[in-house]
Write a protein that binds this ligand. Structure first.
Ligand SMILES: Cc1cc2nc3c(=O)[nH]c(=O)nc-3n(C[C@H](O)[C@H](O)[C@H](O)COP(=O)(O)O)c2cc1C
Length: 360
């Protein structure tokens, strides 16, 4: 029977248990977009996860949408990530890099030369961006030309090559939470009239072509996809989400992918029942899981692995705590995105907590 502590294969990666650390932006990168000096420590502390997925990393500078987020484009960025991958491997873990292009969920203050963010269509999202100058209203993005769409797909391909050159076990395309790939997929943000807009087939083309380019670069079994159907975050809307995601997942190249990662938030619809049979490859479930709900999913054969976000952020030794049914540290939202070690590398393990308790 599957459980949290049995090994599993995700594409080419044999992982030691079914814990996946979900991708989490932490806004602690250097000014040049390389990961900050504590990133290797932070990820290595969590290497007991079967698989770590990094924070969202921009494939090209126009994909940056939050302050102090990292990229994988320049030599300095690649070198910084190499140190992270090495630290995780030395600690016995496996690590994929999440490639995240935020599209219209950005701001000129975060963009090269202060230009408008790019998107499938010039439709301004409701909400605010987090910039170096504080919260700013989103602006109307500039619609990409067809040639520029192909340039962005090429950037994802290069980023994939760079991540593998840095020693990563694979890459995940961030197709969730209202960022560029989901902006193409969703009817509310895509009014294009070229081959990347209009029909469902055309709206799904960006994700499918990007994955194909990434797989071509990485080879089979090293590319995953994250989606979050009906998570209406970042003002993303689709007229017929079940049809949209059913179509997308049916057309994924499951045999050459490492996994499909589906995070659900607050929808009553059972997307897992809809999507898992349509995929057929390794299936990761995430979003609000606890030890018990994750164990139940695995026991009932509804997931091959389970992703934990905020609980991994606050508990570097999450697998050990679950094994012992020990209490968890609570995540501190105030330090999710602030620079420095506080709320990043200083959450104690069980052993450290009991050591501290004994010392007092
Ligand atoms: C601080 C923070 C940052 C996040 N950043 C990302 C991100 O960069 N990419 C992504 O796909 N999801 C991101 N997420 C969402 C998580 O990957 C995950 O899907 C979500 O937290 C639900 O899992 P949980 O309930 O176990 O926390 C973030 C979540 C948190 C708490």
């Amino acid at each position: 029977m599957q459980s949290l502590f049995t090994p599993v294969r995700l594409g080419k990666a044999d992982i030691l248990n079914r814990f996946v650390m979900a991708p989490m932006t932490r806004s602690r990168a250097n000014v040049d977009g390389s990961p900050g000096s504590l990133a290797a420590t932070y990820y290595a502390q969590r290497a007991d996860a079967g698989l770590i997925i990094t924070e969202g990393v921009f494939p090209s500078a126009d994909g940056k949408g939050y302050v102090r987020t990292p990229g994988i484009e320049t030599e300095a960025q690649i070198a910084g990530w190499k140190a992270v991958a090495t630290a995780v491997h030395d600690a016995g873990g496996r690590i994929f890099m999440q490639l995240m292009h935020t599209g219209r969920i950005s701001h000129p203050l975060l963009q090269p030369e202060g230009k408008a963010p790019v998107a499938p269509s010039a439709i301004r999202p409701q909400g605010q961006s987090w910039t170096d100058e504080g919260q700013k209203d989103f602006v109307t993005p500039r619609a990409l030309t067809t040639v520029e769409v192909k340039d962005i797909i090429a950037a994802y391909r290069r980023a994939t090559g760079n991540a593998l050159a840095a020693g990563f076990d694979g890459v995940e395309l961030h197709g969730a939470t209202g960022y560029l790939p989901e902006q193409f997929l969703s009817s509310g943000s895509n009014r294009r009239t070229d081959a990347y807009g209009g029909s469902l087939e055309n709206r799904a083309r960006f994700i499918l072509e990007t994955l194909a380019a990434m797989i071509e670069e990485a080879g089979p079994g090293r590319v995953g996809l994250k989606i979050s159907p009906e998570m209406n975050f970042n003002d993303i809307k689709d007229d017929a989400p079940e049809e949209t995601y059913g179509y997308l997942v049916e057309h994924l190249n499951a045999k050459d992918m490492a996994y499909l990662h589906v995070a659900l938030f607050g929808t009553a619809k059972d997307y897992h029942a809809l999507l898992r049979p349509r995929f057929g490859g390794a299936y990761i479930v995430g979003g609000g899981l606890t030890r018990d709900s994750a164990e139940a999913l695995l026991r009932e054969g509804k997931a091959d692995a389970v992703a934990f976000g905020s609980s991994f952020l606050a508990n570097p030794d999450l697998p050990e705590r679950f094994r012992r049914n020990a209490p968890l540290n609570q995540p501190d939202r105030a330090t999710f995105y602030t620079p420095g070690a506080n709320g990043y590398t200083d959450y104690p393990t069980l052993a450290q907590s009991s050591g501290q308790a004994a010392a007092h």
